[in-house]
Design a protein around this ligand. Structure first.
Ligand SMILES: NC(=O)c1ccc[n+]([C@@H]2O[C@H](COP(=O)([O-])OP(=O)(O)OC[C@H]3O[C@@H](n4cnc5c(N)ncnc54)[C@H](OP(=O)(O)O)[C@@H]3O)[C@@H](O)[C@H]2O)c1
Length: 324
């Protein structure tokens, strides 16, 4: 069973279905990891203004591009409008800052990072109230924001625009204006989002799965704060058994499962061996019974890790996507 290694986008552009995640790595570590990723064959890189690592990613990518326009064309670079920029009059300023920090002539894909918004506080991407809750901007008009983000394409400085962390109803609403190039959401074995995936398929919007390996760093930090236990996806007995049967690693099984479901995935690693393993997922096939066994691991909403509980106050925003 051969599956496409790219999503075909408008204008003939191609988004590699395995990308490289960059969240939660220090600048120095990230630059080395990006070099290892380029060496291993990754061409799709995912960052966000909110990760505060655009300059480090830009440095590593620019060293590889070395001024060669043909090399730049081989890359697919995604960044995201932070929640503090979620109003039409803020979009251009945040976009320009990302382009400047990445030090690129254009961005391949620009996403609205979240449908909820923070207040615009210059120099502070995560503005907080004295009680530690976020300074939330409740006045978000998602469709006006989307229309403004779409207009960015007119400058030629961004090739595609899309959305992240939207639920099915929100996705359908933005599609009534224009179809996003992708929807980036949390998807992994414990949070498979079959209804959202079906809705996106129906609307013709490709899904990019974030935290495809279960985001251990985030799970550990949330667990330390709340005491909630997050199972380690890489140690789930079904995943380990299927990995052993194929002579593969658990991470490769999780990524292949995501790909065979028709999604893209953007695993993050800073370890050169794991970086290579995570892109070496094109030469084995999960059987129908493997796929059924992996599908049965889904815990629905209870499997979600990145529920934005770490941003106190956003849960009351009218566009908060994960209302139970
Ligand atoms: N749009 C959004 O709101 C959003 C939210 C979250 C994430 N994202 C994006 O999605 C990317 C991926 O998600 P994530 O970083 O949350 O988590 P993830 O990719 O699911 O997991 C990363 C963790 O898995 C470990 N790991 C990676 N490969 C491994 C392997 N082969 N075997 C064992 N462990 C392995 C990494 O450790 P080592 O580094 O030590 O290998 C790291 O601790 C992010 O980096 C970011 O770009 C987007």
């Amino acid at each position: 069973m051969s599956i496409p290694e790219y999503f075909e986008l408008e204008g003939g552009d191609r988004m590699p279905r395995i990308g490289f995640g960059t969240w939660q790595a220090s600048d120095e570590v990230l630059e080395k990891a990006v070099e290892a990723a380029l060496e291993a064959g990754y061409r799709h890189f995912d960052t966000a203004r909110a990760y505060e690592n655009e300059p480090a990613l830009g440095r590593a990518l620019n060293r590889w591009i070395a001024g060669d326009a043909a090399r730049r064309k081989q890359l697919f670079v995604t960044t995201k409008l932070p929640p503090g920029g979620n109003r039409p009059e803020s979009v251009q300023e945040y976009f320009d800052a990302s382009l400047r920090d990445l030090n690129l002539e254009y961005i391949d894909l620009y996403l609205i990072h979240t449908p909820f918004a923070f207040q615009h506080v210059p120099g502070d991407l995560h503005p907080k109230n004295p009680d530690g809750s976020m300074k939330v901007d409740h006045s978000t008009n998602l469709l006006e924001l989307w229309k403004t983000v779409l207009k960015l394409k007119e400058s030629g400085r961004v090739r595609h625009v899309g959305v992240s962390n939207l639920n099915a109803e929100q996705l359908s609403r933005v599609c009534s204006v224009a179809r996003p190039a992708c929807l980036q959401v949390e998807v992994h074995a414990l949070c498979q989002q079959p209804a959202l995936a079906a809705a996106a398929r129906e609307l013709g919007v490709p899904i990019v799965a974030y935290s495809p390996l279960g985001s251990k760093a985030l799970a550990d930090s949330l667990s330390a704060k709340t005491g909630r236990e997050y199972p380690d996806l890489l140690q789930l007995p079904a995943v380990v058994r299927i990995a052993q049967a194929h002579g593969r690693t658990p991470a490769q099984v999780l990524l292949r499962h995501t790909l065979q479901r028709g999604l893209a995935a953007i695993p993050k690693s800073t370890n050169p061996t794991r970086i290579k393993q995570n892109i070496s997922v094109w030469d084995f096939v999960l059987s129908e019974s493997d796929m059924r066994e992996l599908a049965a691991l889904d815990r629905g909403e209870n499997g979600r890790i990145c529920d934005f509980s770490f941003f106190g106050g956003v849960q009351d925003h009218p566009e908060f996507p994960f209302k139970k």
